[in-house]
Design a protein around this ligand. Sequence first.
Ligand code: COI
Length: 361
Amino acid sequence: MSLSFPVTANPRVAGDADYDAIMAAPGFGEHFSDHMAVAIWTKDAGWSEGRIQPYGPFLIDPATAVLHYAQEVFEGMKAYRHADDSIWLFRPEANAARLNASAARMMLPAIPAEDFLAAITELVRTDARWVPSGGGEQSLYLRPFMFASEVFLGVRASAHVTFSVIASPVGSYFPSGIEPVDIWVTDKWARAGIGGTGAAKCGGNYAASLIAQYEGYEHGCSQVLFIEAAGKDRIEELGGMNVFLVTSDGRLITPELTGTILEGVTRSSILTVAADLGLRPEERRISPEEFFSLIADGVAVEAFSCGTAAVLTPIGSFRTATDTYTLASPAGERTLAIRDRILDIQYGRVPDVHGWLHRVA
Ligand code: COI
């Protein structure tokens, strides 16, 4: 039976002054809406207890399994307000499928796509005032997540799991907006290996990438690019985003999905939109030698990172311990054309020819 998400209204919603201040400058992931969605899974009863409740802390026992073994997965999505005030999600079924693929890898239960969508729809409808109407790139970032909530210290799959969705009004992920960012290429740290959790959106992958990201900060970079762990012979992805090169003759090159790379929803949308725009997508294995010589030889002239949070962020250079590879046309015309097309679809400014939008309010 499908879950329902009855609403318990928050008696202490944000007041007008706080709300106005937040919506005027939301930042990224700093402020949260008035409510959250929750559902519980147990080994014996399956999913139940769906609800929308006031946003607030979970009461977590110190022995809760997730705190010890990181059995957790999450998603990133956004709700967009269109010019006519309607509110839409972008490819939510892809997020439902990916959450369940991540959950399977981490021995967490699948949540039916209809229940996943019902939780998000009810939360967005309840907190519709938090979906920004400021235009630009503002949206309501949605963070569905699932964690092992059994109170037990043995290492086994949790018999009690909590699913939740929280919502955060956001602007650009990078404070610099669409200014090109510089990317550090780590040769010291790895993100994932074959058979590991690289393709799962689990918190541990992000925790493991932090040390390399901070190495990047020390070199004046905003993000880090990982190279395949064992043979160092394949470009993979950034700490939380996929990566693309654009060549002067219209090729759009991105590493193929190998099981160690996250299957980005924005990544796959870009591959489709780029073909619509007359570019030639190439998803393939790309060695670090080829990747950097394409830039050094002036063949690849643009590069960008992408993800739900970052949308499409132009890259200015890649820096290694010994070299800097600078893109000839950072934030070039093709990068911006793809970016604009994705945003135009998300904000309903062009026809949704691929059927990617899902109306919630
Ligand atoms: C997203 O793009 O939604 C992510 O989850 C990545 C993270 C860097 C915010």
